[in-house]
Design a protein around this ligand. Structure first.
Ligand code: FMN
Length: 439
């Protein structure tokens, strides 16, 4: 008997703002023609309903709390190019989208570096209630000095940020557990509202945080949100392997993607977890055409729209390193500044040759390193499955080139093809985000 082919998991990458991973998206003719105002909820409602129709696991909102001055020491280029700015707060939007959908998961980033864990535990438990168990939290520690500056604190090194994040998460976990499952009595006759023996103080005294507890929010349907992570450093990977139920990753080359997933699974197994409980979703931009050539042309048109300076700006922000200090025609890999190490070998040309700083930045502006797949509905499905199967799973986090047209096209043209091949669900079987991920 042949093995049943493994079904993919799909998430939609979003930002509560004009720019996602493509720096051409906000001014692409198809985005302009669609005419949505990204500051209004209608665009997100449309996307949420579309992705729910496509039976996606979740919508995921990235979040940054700054306008970057990492390139040339000024916020001017970030504002000129809409370089991942503005970023409106995604948390209120999650509850809004919870009201217009019933099944799709609703996730966003929240950083552990600047707000007390009691506040965060309370907000996530509330969102999990309001969405009937569809909340997901991407736990980040914030790599960029701009965010620390906005919160008026010194920017700390990766190691220290993750040390704090472990303790932070422990405070949240204890707060979510501070209400036993049957603590809420709500019997008007006795009368008894809640059972005081089943609601516990946590009396947490750590190195970085203190909290008495209990949480003043009842135990939520998933007992807090589903946990996600997107770390690349060894400490980030450890954090993901320990707690995450889904990990987001960007790896343009499939051999590197396989190495990354294997590494996360190995770390999870070493911590005594079942590695299958931690799904690794890889970023993908998908361009569909009625012919191969049409799809290639559509991609070419998109990529040509990215201003070189937009690429420099976003890459400087992501590295927290000013790329204007390097000669733009020098080979990126030849530089050894520590902040560059994370990304300097991410990009190569089609023949595997190293690229210049300007070439790397241009590619970063197109997709921040997310691989681009083109084809007809059938051939692009082949390519996505080849990538996923080579790696061993688990699915993709999709990123549009124009908004919301790319998302509509994927749901209308590619999802049916994946379903026809038995590689994606035709219906939700569970109600909560954790159910979708564990299918
Ligand atoms: C798909 C994806 C989404 C991400 N979203 C965010 C985000 O919303 N906010 C953020 O500060 N960092 C985000 N990151 C960055 C990571 O959380 C992480 O900081 C980065 O990969 C560096 O890893 P490290 O912290 O382990 O060094 C994202 C990364 C990926 C791959």
């Amino acid at each position: 008997m042949p093995d049943t082919p493994k079904k993919l998991h799909l998430a939609q990458f979003m930002v509560h703002g004009p720019t996602y991973q493509s720096h051409a998206m906000w001014r692409h003719p198809e985005t302009v023609k669609a005419g949505y105002d990204w500051q209004r909820p209608e665009l997100y409602e449309h996307i949420a309903r579309t992705c729910e129709r496509g039976k996606f696991d979740m919508l995921f909102f990235a979040d940054l709390n700054y306008i970057s001055d990492s390139f040339r020491g000024t916020i001017a280029p970030a504002l000129k190019h809409g370089s991942q700015v503005p970023s409106h707060d995604p948390m209120p939007l999650l509850t809004w989208l919870g009201a217009v959908t019933t099944r799709i998961g609703l996730a966003s980033t929240f950083s552990t570096s600047h707000v007390h864990p009691f506040h965060v535990a309370r907000t996530w438990a509330t969102i999990d209630h309001l969405t009937s168990g569809r909340a997901g939290w991407n736990v980040v520690t914030s790599v960029n000095h701009n965010q620390s500056a906005n919160y008026g604190v010194d920017h700390e090194e990766t190691e220290r940020r993750y040390e704090k994040a472990h303790e932070y998460f422990e405070v949240c976990r204890q707060l979510w557990n501070s209400w036993d499952e049957d603590a809420l009595v709500m019997d008007p006759e006795i009368p008894q509202f809640a059972d005081p023996d089943k609601v516990h103080r946590i009396d947490f005294e750590g190195e970085f945080y203190r909290s008495r507890g209990p949480l003043n929010v009842t135990r939520s349907p998933q007992n807090g949100p589903v946990i996600m992570q997107a770390g690349t450093s060894p400490k980030g990977r450890d954090f993901a392997a320990q707690y995450a139920e889904a990990v987001f990753a960007i790896q343009p080359q499939r051999a590197e993607a396989k190495k990354y997933r294997d590494d996360i699974r190995k770390r999870a197994a070493e911590l005594g977890r079942n590695p299958d409980a931690c799904k690794v979703l890889f970023g993908a931009q998908v361009v569909v055409g009625s012919s191969e050539q049409e799809a290639v042309d559509k991609l070419g048109e998109h990529n040509a729209l990215v201003e070189p300076e937009a690429g420099m700006t976003v890459m400087s922000a992501h590295l927290d390193f000013d790329l204007s200090t390097l000669p733009s025609d020098s080979i990126m890999e030849s530089h050894d500044h520590p902040p560059l190490q994370r990304m300097k070998t991410r990009y190569r040309d089609d023949k595997g040759k190293p690229l210049t700083v300007a070439e790397v930045a241009k590619k970063h502006g197109q997709s921040v390193g997310v691989p681009q797949f083109t084809g007809t509905p059938e051939s692009v499905t082949d390519r996505l499955l080849e990538f996923a199967d080579y790696i061993g799973g688990d699915g993709f986090i999709l990123s549009p080139l124009y908004n919301p047209g790319s998302i509509d096209e994927f749901v209308d043209l590619v999802v049916p093809e994946l379903q026809k091949r038995g590689r994606f669900r035709k219906n939700y079987t569970g109600k909560m985000l954790r159910d979708h991920l564990s299918e």
